[in-house]
Design a protein around this ligand. Sequence first.
Ligand SMILES: Cc1cc2nc3c(=O)[nH]c(=O)nc-3n(C[C@H](O)[C@H](O)[C@H](O)COP(=O)(O)O)c2cc1C
Length: 371
Amino acid sequence: MVKWHKSAVPTTLPPLVALAPMAGVTDIPVRAQVKVFGGRYCVSEMVASEQLARDRIDMVRRAAGSGVISPLVIQLAGREARWMAEGARIAEDAGADVIDINMGCPSKSVTSGLCGSALMRDPETALRLIEATVTATARPVTLKMRLGWDHASLNAADIAKRAEDAGVRMITVHGRTRQQFYAGSADWSAIAPIVEAVRIPVIANGDIASADDARRALALSGAAGVMIGRAAQGRPWLPGAIEHALLHGGDATPPPRERLLASLLALYDDTLAFYPERLGVRVARKHIAWTIDAVLGSSAREARKAICMLDDPTRVRAGLHALFGDAPDHPTTRSRTSDDGCANPVDARRAGAYSIAHASAHRPRHAPANP
Ligand SMILES: Cc1cc2nc3c(=O)[nH]c(=O)nc-3n(C[C@H](O)[C@H](O)[C@H](O)COP(=O)(O)O)c2cc1C
């Protein structure tokens, strides 16, 4: 867990390896599994502050997690200071330990409303939102952004400095501009000027999928940690394993297959319990597909398709047992550095034993009785 010094600087030794906020991905069930495998810092899906304040059910669901995920890092998005302030108050009330501000999302639906990375085009508005958020909550406020809107306006260092002066305690930078969306490669060395511009920790993000990627990103940027996004889809063990590898050397090695299966089954049950029925089935299919791809590769395409068409949970579980039990070892699941194939500091046998079944007991005050 990140410790916040009295100097307002979190300790990030060993380098922090965080799970990135991903809308539609990093819900409570996913973050619970990432934590089981030793991931110590997981950011929620983006929560639209105005919709949260208006009690919209999907945003209320995204802001839950108190007593289940610790630290509880809730990411807010918005374009008006008053809603960011209200969102921060609600998130704090719901148990948030840290509030992150989204200034990195490139999605047109987000940027057309002047939030996400569009704020980098309007630093004055961005600063007003940051100040309103910092003022509204006693919790540490962090910021996530890109290098700038485009290569003609690389203003991340400037905004970072102003954000630090406004009280922001940590900044994550995705090494692309907004106009790049996800094209090309993340430029980790372009994060270095931001690290130099501020005294607070800067976390490097973009295209980090292995311990070696993390080492290169840290070396090129000078950042205090890294944040892992897409590479963790279907690989909840990855952030914890990368952090372990940074500390002890070697690669980020996946746990044995039975532990991956136990984790997937727990994620499946938790996802069905967390969402209304049809939605839960759809969300769970996404994770099943990613996990099968990550563990078994393309050889399991047909089986993946068949399992993802099933509705009956008993048949889904049976299909997964059969698939994971029968398939030959995929090369990427073999341990190269540890005897038992589990490189994580956390006892990964607990994977699957963890359940969010009691999450509803920790609902924020706006949460519905049956989300
Ligand atoms: C499906 C998806 C959803 C995302 N949602 C968010 C979000 O809610 N908030 C945010 O700040 N960034 C969001 N991002 C961006 C990621 O946090 C991250 O910055 C980006 O994917 C680059 O990191 P990666 O190369 O490790 O994936 C999202 C990315 C993806 C792929």
